[in-house]
Design a protein around this ligand. Structure first.
Ligand code: B12
Length: 146
């Protein structure tokens, strides 16, 4: 069974390169990826997670307005009856904030994992494998079977 993850750039943000790389890496690692692209609303993330019975939602934000764009996101997921892993990553704050402070802010908002802009896609893949309790063997089988 392929494990489905939702990926997208939230809010009015149009930076597309990061999620394109993430999509390729996640697909190569055997995940079924629904890439919603840039300028995705909270409602679109929630609808896609429901429609595809996703196990994780990966939110990207580069332009510095992630906190505002993600406000109330977990309440929406909960209202839709969704219990999914949530990751957020990118340039999450404006300027050069201390990343630990940023991480704490997003953890308090409900995100399970928070990644900075230096994140290698392999780190996100390793985290997903751990959180979804996916063994390497299962991931490889998914990749082989397509
Ligand atoms: C290219 C670029 C643009 C292009 C985007 C073209 C496109 N369609 O993608 C254009 C010129 C349009 C642009 C516009 C703007 N940009 Co710009 N842009 C960049 C730039 C130079 C590179 C971004 C990029 O492609 N990086 C390469 C990819 C591979 O890396 P990445 O995006 O960081 O993604 C990786 C990681 O972050 C991580 N990741 C990302 N998301 C997630 C999510 C999860 C869950 C995980 C696990 C990991 C993860 O994994 C990715 C792959 O390795 C950066 C500066 C920089 N060096 O990063 C600024 C930058 C992101 N932009 C910035 C700004 C301010 C803007 C504008 C607001 C400028 C303006 N005033 O108009 C606008 C916003 C427009 C909009 N509506 O989005 C700022 C953001 C500042 C901040 N957050 O504090 C930056 C950091 C530049 C700077 N130093 O000031 N931009």
């Amino acid at each position: 069974m392929p494990r489905t993850v939702i990926l997208g750039v939230i809010g009015s943000d149009a930076h597309v390169v990061g999620i394109t790389i993430l999509e390729q890496a996640l697909s190569a690692a055997g995940f079924e990826v629904e890439n919603l692209g840039v300028q995705t609303s909270q409602a679109e993330f929630v609808e896609a997670a429901k429609a595809h019975d996703a196990e994780a939602v990966l939110v990207s934000s580069l332009y510095g307005h992630a906190r505002q764009d993600c406000e109330g996101f977990h309440e929406r997921l909960e209202a839709a009856g969704l219990d999914v892993w949530t990751y957020v990553g990118g340039n999450l704050a404006v300027g050069q904030d201390d990343f630990e402070t940023t991480r704490e802010t997003f953890r308090e908002m409900g995100f399970d994992r928070v990644f900075d802009a230096e994140t290698d896609p392999e780190e996100a893949i390793a985290a997903l494998r751990q959180d979804l309790q996916l063994t390497t063997t299962e991931a490889e089988r998914v990749r082989v079977d397509g």
